[in-house]
Each structure stands twice: as C-alpha cells, then as structure tokens.
Design a protein around this ligand. Structure first.
Ligand code: 13P
Length: 251
C-alpha cells in the first residue's frame, strides 16, 4: 500500500512573521490528518524556521530546488548537503517554473535527481505538459520523455526512491484543475512507463497530482487509484485549506 503524501510548495511567498503563523497553524491541526504524510517546502531562508517548529512533529520539510554541484564557486546555489544540515527530507526538482524561467532541461533535472539522491534527500520530481502540448495530443510523449530522462540517467531503482509529481502546466496557479479522470489517465500512463522497466518499482512509486488542488476538489482526485497525494501551491499557504487537503486523503 502506498502512503499518500501531501506536500506544500510555498514557492516564493511569505515573510518571517507569516511563515511562523503558517507553521504554527499546520502544527496545531496535523494530528487530525490520519492517512497522509505531510510535508512543506518553504523558501530556503525559512527552512531553519520550519526545522525549529516542526522537529518532533508529524510534518516533514524540504527545499524547492538544489544545485547539481556538491560545493564550490556557484553563487546563489544551495547544495543538497546544506539542506540535509537542516534535516530536510524532501527536495522539489524540475518544477515547471524552474524549467520555464531558469531553462532547466530534462538532462539537468536528471542530474539534480542524482544530486538529491546522493545527498540523502527524497526528490519530488515534477513533470507535466503545457497547454499547447496537451492540445497537440502529445501529453504522453512529453511525460514519457521527462520520466525516461531520469531513468536513463540514474536507473529505475533510484527513480523509485523518489516521488513523482504530475503537474500539468496549464493547471498550475490557473484555477483550472485537471479532472480526476484526466489526471488518473496520465498517472496510470506514468506508472505503466515505469512498470515496463520494473513492475516492483512502479507498484511502490508515489505519483502526486499538482495544479490548482483545493479542499473542494482534493477528495475526488485522491480517490483515483494512481493518484497518491498532492503537491499543493496556492492552497498550501493557508493552514486550514492545506490541512483540509491533507485530510481529504483519509477517504
Ligand atoms: P497551485 O496549487 O497554485 O496551482 O500550484 C501547483 C504547483 O505548482 C505545486 O508545485
């Protein structure tokens, strides 16, 4: 049985005061989350605050990106080992915003997967098609290419130690969610793609959905057999909404 994971991607939002309040709110309500594992990914500078407030609770934390390098003259970058220094469990890699605004290629994302894995972090590996790609009927081709890049680079067993997040780019921050059927179809395709290399890895692999997931649509999405949780953007900035999504996994 795959334990669902609901992770908040806070993106570049918040202030120290706001982060303290949000963390306190999540901490106060997490005991009612029975089934799902819960995680938050704050901006780098707020990770020590997350560690201070969440250590010893059921909530894990992680980064939103990491460098492919271990250390050295790479101004502005953060290494996996630095995230581990603050007890991060997870790190998001290959988010569409990084692919788009920072030109991250499939190859670079695959290198980041390896860097995260080597540092002892669990990568939350994001994939997904743009609206144009969906309308051209190449959704499966796109996600297959993105998944294969990591399998080719690190092998299917290593992929299986991470988590995949399917985030259709057209659903991110738009209020336009994939229907549960649309999402399930792609999730099943992704699992099948992995199963062709290793049925065992595919069976245990958590595939999260991301893209305008809210308290109102979470239960229906999470009820689908191949949707094993969510990667939540906007709704994760409100403790009540985020916890409601986490609880939607209780069934
Ligand atoms: P929204 O939930 O704001 O659509 O963002 C989804 C996302 O990008 C999570 O990584």
């Amino acid at each position: 049985m795959r334990q669902p994971l609901v992770a908040g991607n806070w993106k570049m939002n918040g202030s120290l005061a706001g982060v303290r309040e949000l963390l306190a709110g999540i901490k106060a309500g997490v005991d009612e989350v029975e089934t799902a594992e819960v995680a938050v990914c704050p901006p780098f500078v707020y990770i020590p605050e997350a560690q201070a407030q969440l250590a010893g609770t059921a909530v894990a934390w992680g980064g939103q990106d990491l460098s492919v390098h271990e250390s050295g003259a790479y101004t502005g970058e953060v290494a996996g080992s630095m995230l581990r220094d603050f007890d991060c469990k997870y790190v998001i890699i290959g988010h569409s915003e990084r692919r788009t605004y920072h030109n991250e290629s499939d190859e670079l994302v695959a290198q980041k997967f390896t860097a995260a894995h080597k540092a002892g972090l669990v990568p939350i590996f994001c994939i997904g098609e743009t609206l144009e790609e969906r309308e051209s009927g190449i959704t499966e081709e796109v996600v297959a290419r993105q998944v294969d890049a990591v399998i080719d680079h690190c092998g299917v067993e290593t992929l299986g130690e991470g988590v995949i997040a399917y985030e259709p780019v057209w659903a991110i921050g738009t209020g336009k969610t994939a229907t549960p059927e649309q999402a399930q179809e792609v999730h099943a395709f992704i699992r099948g793609r992995v199963a062709a290399k290793s049925p065992q890895v595919a069976e245990g692999l958590r595939i999260l959905y991301g893209g305008s997931m809210k308290p109102g649509n979470a239960a229906e999405l999470l009820a689908k057999p191949d949707i094993d949780g969510g990667l939540i953007g906007g709704a994760s900035l409100d403790a009540g909404d985020f916890l409601a999504i986490c609880k939607a996994a209780n069934g």
